[in-house]
Design a protein around this ligand. Structure first.
Ligand code: HAM
Length: 431
């Protein structure tokens, strides 16, 4: 019996046989994760890690029963004590749960967290959409200002710039506060009511449960109907309007280009005021590289202090696919600096000692397996893209001298074995 990875999941491996799958090579993930961590560091966000699954109720309360994620996409199971658990489909609700549970508000007024990890959604897999995918996300707690919203938007834009991505667009909108959403919801329903029969099935369901979500519909017919629909911007309270204008003003000042997308509401119930998404043309249908917004009531709703919050999450698979499509450059994968080639079984023990001595000094080193013929061992050194090969046989060990062969130029350096470490340290430092 041969097993295969379940549908919608994938492995991350050191090398992929097919060039089109190179985005799943571990070196690319490490490159991306390194940039993400550096970005978080540069913006003052600290790492938070929450468990892979939580009580189902947390996500139902957090994202809202009518959201697509809660109603259709959660991996939910009962544990042995018959409690309903769900593999986390997103990171915001768990971070807020941890914040409340640990009473982190006691440690200060402002908090900035980031997270990287796997998330789970049961949806039809396609390019850019997986059932286990990875997000980098941030949540800033305690600051209600439009400056904080602009910061998280600019931070995500900065990530894409640092990675060398081009042709992405910031879509920006506001969903106002509860005082403007209620009359807007009514206005939208009144506008759509005469067209109800023409709405898609999903939108018909949303009509009563959560009519604002109809604005998010990808259905062509729905989109046509929405062309003349009332806009949230005509229903904004003065405070919401000031907030939104100020976010725009700060993005202008930070030279972040954006388009106002009046129909962008995002799928989750917790948003208020600012919402945004960054899309990339290279991605096809699954074009959202990342998104987020303000979610001021969530902490309070989860039993915590009533602190304002804003944040985003972005999909690492989609970033890597876009980087691939746009031929962005990546750090090179790990390669041994010295590949030791023992000549014969007698020399193996000394060669083995040398390999460990190099490693202990922080010089990446590897050794050919015992019994390999020299030609095969040198092929292995090439395959591993080692910088140097060090051939060690009885003669070398007896004379205390050996040759360090630069595998690309084929140039050889004579070295004394008792100075192996210092010589390699110098070469490695100048590498
Ligand atoms: P979201 O829009 O549901 O937001 O997901 C954020 C990003 O995760 C998407 O833009 C996309 O890049 C990626 N993503 C989502 N689903 C999949 C999938 N099935 N396969 C691959 N990538 C996917 C949230 O999750 C919110 N928690 C963001 C947030 C944080 N809002 C405030 N703070």
């Amino acid at each position: 019996m041969r097993y295969s990875v379940p549908k919608g999941l994938f492995d991350i491996v050191p090398q992929e046989p097919k060039a089109t799958d190179a985005w799943r090579c571990s070196a690319r993930w490490q490159h991306l994760e390194k940039h993400v961590r550096q970005l978080a560091h540069d913006y003052g966000y600290s790492e938070i890690r929450t468990p892979m699954f939580e009580r189902t109720e947390l996500f139902v309360r957090g994202m809202g029963e009518s959201s697509d994620i809660v109603s259709k996409e959660m991996y939910t199971f009962n544990d042995k004590a018959d409690r309903s658990m769900t593999l986390r489909p997103e990171g915001t609700a768990p971070v807020m749960r941890a914040f409340v549970e640990k009473g982190l508000h006691q440690l200060g007024q402002f908090h900035k967290f980031f997270y990287i990890g796997p998330y789970f959604r049961y949806d039809r897999p396609q390019a850019g959409r997986y059932r286990q995918f990875h997000q980098f996300g941030v949540e800033a707690i305690g600051d209600a200002s439009p400056e904080q919203d602009a910061e998280v938007i600019a931070m995500l834009a900065d990530l894409y710039t640092r990675l060398g991505l081009q042709e992405w667009t910031v879509l920006l909108n506001t969903v106002g506060d509860s005082s403007c959403r209620a009359p807007y919801r009514e206005a939208l329903k009144n506008y759509l009511k005469p067209h109800f029969e023409k709405l898609s099935e999903d939108s018909q369901t949303r009509f009563n449960k959560n009519p604002l979500r109809i604005l998010d519909s990808k259905d062509r017919g729905d989109q046509d109907l929405l062309k003349n629909a009332p806009s949230i911007h005509d229903y904004l309270s003065p405070a919401s309007k000031v907030h939104f204008d100020s976010v725009c003003k700060h993005l202008d000042a930070l030279l972040i280009p954006y388009s106002i997308a009046p129909n962008l509401v995002r799928g989750l119930d917790y948003y208020n005021q600012t919402v945004f998404e960054i899309t990339a043309t290279a991605l096809g249908a699954q074009n959202s590289l990342g998104g987020g917004g303000r979610f001021d009531g969530l902490l309070d709703q989860l039993g915590g202090p009533d602190l304002p919050s804003t944040g985003f999450a972005c999909g690492l698979e989609r970033i890597l696919l876009t980087m691939d499509a746009q031929k962005c450059t990546f750090d090179t994968a790990f390669h041994p600096f010295v590949f030791v080639v023992p000549l014969g079984d007698n020399a193996f023990d000394a060669a083995y000692q040398c390999t460990f001595a190099l490693r202990r000094e922080g010089i990446p080193a590897d050794i050919a397996p015992k019994g390999r013929k020299v030609q095969k061992a040198l092929q292995l050194a090439d395959q591993k893209q080692a910088t140097y090969a060090l051939v060690l046989g009885d003669d070398e060990i007896q004379s205390g001298t050996a040759k360090l062969k630069h595998l690309q130029s084929r140039r050889e350096i004579d070295i004394k074995l008792d100075a192996l470490i210092t010589t390699c340290e110098k070469l490695y430092a100048n590498n």
